[in-house]
Ligand binder design. Structure first.
Ligand SMILES: [Zn+2]
Length: 257
């Protein structure tokens, strides 16, 4: 079965920007676990580069980090996904070959067909770092010349989901219908205290709830999420414009070739 890998800078990033997409592919179809009607097409792994442990107004980071571990495990359970987190400190995500190769190794281990991660146009330095780390880790993972414990693995697709902090230069290339999994997505969001409210001044839950409706309106669905493709990924290589494809005459009939 195909696999989706979501890589976020902080615990909660992967969930708010991609849990609906994960649920749509990992669960699909009718909600609430009707296995006989399941249309699941993928499994998922969520990789959190930091636990986002620095953002609590009253809890010390080491205490909040333990809470974050519980939250990412609960949200992974709700998605039927696997959660992995790294030990980098919130706000101090480095950009170097050590971390790029660590992520490369995890990509080779998890073998995702598709990776979802941060777009580079972000207001948060850890998100910008995550974009660069993941971009190079995907390159390293695919390159047989990069000799690691596991063999090379080529990721087939990379997408940048919508994230309120990563909107500089971001655009909606794909509207994905997530109506069938919407309530499950909201439950994933509720498994994180900072998304429920009371920690950050940003209204995460209201924002992502409203966004699903807005993207649904624009996409022609009840609820939708939007994703950006890799720059250049939409390029088509053609001999003719699609509307001007040549036809040939066969016995008086016109046939498309
Ligand atoms: Zn973040």
């Amino acid at each position: 079965m195909n696999k989706i890998m979501v890589i976020g800078a902080h615990a909660g990033d992967a969930e708010n920007m991609a849990a609906a997409t994960v649920l749509q592919h990992a669960r699909g179809g009718p909600r609430h676990g009707d296995a006989s009607a399941s249309r699941a097409t993928a499994t998922a792994t969520l990789l959190h580069m930091t636990l986002g442990e620095a953002g609590h107004p009253t809890l010390p980071p080491d205490v909040y980090a333990e809470q974050r571990k519980q939250e990412v495990q609960e949200s992974a359970r709700l998605m039927g996904a696997k959660a992995i987190w790294l030990s980098y400190r919130d706000g101090e995500l480095p950009v170097n070959d050590d971390i790029k190769l660590k992520v490369c190794d995890l990509i080779r281990q998890e073998k995702p067909a598709v990776i979802l991660t941060h777009w580079k146009g972000s207001i948060h330095k850890d998100h910008i770092a995550a974009h660069e780390i993941v971009r190079d880790a995907i390159f390293y993972a695919a390159l047989p010349a990069i000799r690691r414990e596991l063999p090379a693995h080529r990721v087939r697709g990379v997408y940048f989901p919508e994230n309120w902090e990563d909107m500089d230069g971001w655009r909606a290339d794909i509207y994905l219908d997530v109506t069938a999994v919407w309530e499950d997505y909201l439950n994933v969001l509720r498994s994180h205290e900072f998304i429920r409210g009371g920690i950050s001044s940003f209204r995460y839950f209201d924002y992502y709830t409203a966004l699903g409706t807005t993207r649904g309106c624009l996409g022609g669905f009840q609820k939708a999420v939007a994703l950006m493709m890799q720059p250049g990924a939409w390029v088509r290589k053609l001999g003719h414009l699609p509307e001007l494809e040549p036809t040939c005459q066969q016995g008086g009939e016109t046939t498309h070739i």
